[in-house]
Design a protein around this ligand. Sequence first.
Ligand code: NAD
Length: 258
Amino acid sequence: MDLQLTGSRIIVTAGASGIGLKIVERFLAEGASIYICDIDRDALEAVKEKHPLLKIGVCDVADRHSVASMFNEAVTSLGGLDCLVNNAGIAGPTGAFHEIDPKDWDRCIEVCLTGQFNCARLAVGHLKQSNNASIINLSSAAGRFGFPNRAPYSAAKWGVVGFTKTLSMELGDFGIRCNAILPGPVDGPRIQAVIREKANAKGQTSEDFTKTWLSLASIKELIDPSQLADLVAFVASPLGRTISGQALNVDGDLQGLM
Ligand code: NAD
């Protein structure tokens, strides 16, 4: 299937590793021009070495000054903008909500939710000039269910869904689409760390905890990040031109979180 993304100009936040990198590599395979920002300079440089065509910049999405200079550089080097993928997010603290450090609450909301606002507000002016404009925000199954001991993360990810649906309504008249992707547990080092912490808290092995967790899904497997990348590419492409305001679940039909 030709996704007609050749030459598309795309910014992916936190694109130096994890799901973001899978998305970047998928877009590269489609012939798109990509700018990635990340907070981790070493990871960015390693990715640039592997994919020399990528444009890169260090940026903390929670820092508005840093986002403003990143956007200037990104849009100038890409020659415009067709798609923003707001992928940056952190796990935040694990613990009962009344026992976590309020600074950890703030940081989680600032990166996972406010970071998307910081980027989207600067993207709009450029996206208005594109004829295939969209914003794709990474939420989570934690943006559809309660997630015990992960209150800031869950609150931020529910916030992402409200933000996405509102942007879709505000930006539709400018031809800009906005969608959220809600992955279940995605295979990779980050989810293994989350599983270890949760298993420890319950006095279980990681293996047993994973099995119990997946028993809550109809399709009992961790999500392959390349599936998310395929979905993001389709939604960003002209083939997805009437898909907007959606909270798209990729979670094996998960029925809850624990
Ligand atoms: P990850 O923890 O692997 O991190 C990916 C990248 O984010 C890293 O390169 C890191 O340096 C960068 N980063 C961290 N803080 C940043 C900041 N403030 N500014 C810019 N870059 C920053 O993440 P991931 O697992 O690939 O998740 C990507 C997105 O998908 C997140 O929004 C996450 O909440 C969401 N998500 C992940 C899972 C999962 O199971 N991994 C499930 C559901 C949703």
